[in-house]
Design a protein around this ligand. Structure first.
Ligand SMILES: Nc1ncnc2c1ncn2[C@@H]1O[C@H](COP(=O)(O)OP(=O)(O)O)[C@@H](O)[C@H]1O
Ligand SMILES: Nc1ccn([C@H]2C[C@H](O)[C@@H](COP(=O)(O)OP(=O)(O)O)O2)c(=O)n1
Length: 235
């Protein structure tokens, strides 16, 4: 798609389970633009460090790994593939083993500027190629792309986020499954909050609360904000 006023750049942040990845992918597909999952980059680096035997608490070693991370990330929202050093890790980076360790990498203050710059470069390349980009994470609206045309904070109640993640990871949202999900949702958000602000919208960032919306309604709500801010009329 093309716009006379420049590329349609959309930045979306939010806590775990708010619907960032799934909603962003659907929004990008609907608008016909590329997609960047910045969380996948932190997850891929975590996987690679573990694979290479790098101690995640050795900050300098993890920074050195970030500098040479051999990452291939697809940009098609309907075909997401993450390849590190020739190994397809698309599924593996979503496992509890990675989810429980990724904050150690994401809170490494030497790693963040390296991945943030890589994310800016990727956003620019995707926008050039497809006329726009939907990029999602924790600091896209504030640090990576504060000048994006549309900036959104996707939120949902703690209860809704736990229920969704639990259903996704354990196939159930009963008490036991929710208890097993707490660490990778609440503890991780608490840790990640030390380096990014993603619970309160920064100035100029629009909040969409999805607690009482189903998936399709969440996608519609985001598309409505895009239409009002970017003047983009859907086909
Ligand atoms: N509004 C919604 N209502 C119900 N389920 C949702 C909604 N948004 C997302 N989901 C589901 O919740 C789970 C977590 O969503 P995801 O997009 O991975 O969140 P995040 O990227 O913010 O961690 C997925 O299984 C997704 O399909
Ligand atoms: N822009 C970003 C994106 C993710 N992160 C961190 C925070 C998370 O713990 C990990 C993984 O992010 P991801 O978006 O995949 O996590 P969720 O799907 O929301 O559970 O990376 C970050 O610090 N900054």
């Amino acid at each position: 798609m093309t716009r006379e006023t420049g590329p349609l750049t959309i930045a979306i942040d939010g806590p775990s389970g708010s619907g960032k990845s799934s909603v962003s992918k659907a929004v990008a597909a609907e608008l016909g633009v590329g997609y960047l999952d910045t969380g996948a980059m932190y997850r891929a680096l975590t996987w690679w460090c573990l694979d290479q035997g790098v101690d995640l608490t050795d900050e300098g070693a993890v920074v050195a790994a970030a500098e040479v991370l051999p990452l291939e990330l697809s940009t098609d929202p309907q075909d997401q593939r993450v390849v590190v050093g020739g190994t397809d890790v698309t599924a593996e980076i979503r496992t509890t083993a990675i989810s429980s360790e990724v904050s150690k990498v994401a809170t490494n203050t030497g790693v963040r500027p390296i991945l943030q710059q890589a994310q800016r470069d990727r956003m620019a390349a995707i926008a050039r190629e497809t006329g726009g980009v939907v990029a999602e994470g924790r600091d896209i609206t504030t640090v990576v792309a504060p000048d994006a045309l549309v900036r959104l904070l996707l939120t949902a109640s703690e209860e809704a986020r736990l229920r969704r993640r639990s259903a996704e990871v354990h196939g159930s949202a009963d008490e036991e499954a929710i208890a097993a999900t707490r660490d990778q949702v609440l503890r991780r958000d608490r840790d990640d909050s030390a380096v990014s602000q993603f619970t309160v919208a920064a100035d100029g960032v629009v909040t969409v609360d999805t607690s009482d919306l189903d998936f399709d309604e969440s996608v519609e709500a985001v598309l409505a904000v895009v239409a009002s801010l970017a003047g983009h009329a859907r086909d």
